[in-house]
Design a binder for this molecule. Structure first.
Ligand code: NAD
Length: 264
């Protein structure tokens, strides 16, 4: 039986690909395509918006009465509404929107008491492998290696640094027992910007149509180790999110990870 799927942010870059690729999956049935009320294509068929065949589901600001799983790739402004809907209607939640503030992240965590939840800043296989190894690399190399993270994205991306870059930093801090907030230094400028031991430098590049590139640099006197990932297409994240949605529908309430979905 197909899981009934709602997509939030359905008219966006990610949302359109979600609508398109979901239409190719037998195990998912699109029942809701939600976007902000003042979107210029409001009321049009979600398939038409995504430039594929009509799907019989209109772009709407309202959530459907009944659904099994929801994928949100929109903006943080709508997060609370999405979370409240999932809790009230017992709909599994795949939250892919990045840039959530601490209160919104706490709401996502609390939702896991009521429904099954995946909250992932990056739903792709490759980046989840990176999340799994970057801390181990830091631990193996030891304290004398300076760690810097550089992320690159397209000129339209609103939040910085990227959610994935923050997750990389979190994974490193978790593994080597550092406090994330005390360790991160965002960009550097000025006459007194000397690197301090133990800090993790974070740098965000915004240019053109770069889909997503992340580098973790570990450097000491004499050598540099670099772990990097380049996304060529948004579809890697979209496929991951759809896989996550299928996996999550019908699970017990709780917080699950893409690493569990992918078995890594
Ligand atoms: P986009 O700007 O192209 O699309 C966002 C869509 O959300 C738009 O259609 C917009 O109208 C809609 N929207 C805005 N406010 C809304 C609200 N309150 N309610 C409902 N819809 C609303 O952006 P995008 O490139 O598609 O990215 C969307 C999000 O997905 C971003 O947060 C981005 O960082 C994130 N993202 C996550 C991953 C991942 O793997 N987790 C990968 C890529 C992008």
């Amino acid at each position: 039986m197909s899981a009934k799927l709602v997509i939030v942010g359905a008219a966006g870059r990610m949302g359109q690909r979600l609508v398109t690729l979901a239409s190719e999956i037998d195990g998912l049935q699109l029942v809701g395509a939600v976007d902000r009320a003042d979107h210029p294509q409001m009321g049009q068929d979600a398939g038409t918006v995504a430039r594929i065949d009509a799907q019989g589901v209109a772009l709407t600001p309202d959530f459907p009465q009944e659904a099994d799983v929801l994928i949100d790739f929109s903006l943080p402004e709508g997060a609370t509404r999405t979370i409240d809907y999932c809790k009230s209607n017992k709909v599994a939640l795949v939250m892919g929107t990045t840039g959530l503030n601490d209160a919104q992240k706490a709401e996502v965590t609390a939702a896991a008491d009521v429904v099954p939840v995946i909250y992932g800043t990056n739903m792709g296989v490759g980046m989840n492998v990176l999340f799994a190894i970057v801390g181990k690399v830091a631990a193996m190399l030891g304290q004398d290696y300076d760690i810097e993270i550089i992320e690159q994205h397209h000129r339209f991306k609103k939040d910085a640094p990227s959610g994935s870059a923050l997750s990389l930093a979190e994974s490193i801090c978790e593994e080597i027992g550092k406090d994330l907030n005390d360790s991160l230094v965002h960009g550097r400028e000025g006459k007194d910007a000397l690197r301090q031991p133990g800090e993790i430098g974070m740098h965000a590049v915004r240019a053109g149509d770069i889909v997503g590139k992340h580098q973790v640099i570990y450097s000491t006197l004499g050598e540099t180790v670099t772990v990097s990932h380049t996304a060529h297409s948004r579809d890697v994240f979209v496929r991951g999110a759809l896989l996550g949605a299928q996996w999550l529908a019908g699970k017990e309430p709780g917080m699950y990870t893409m690493r569990e979905v992918l078995g890594i």
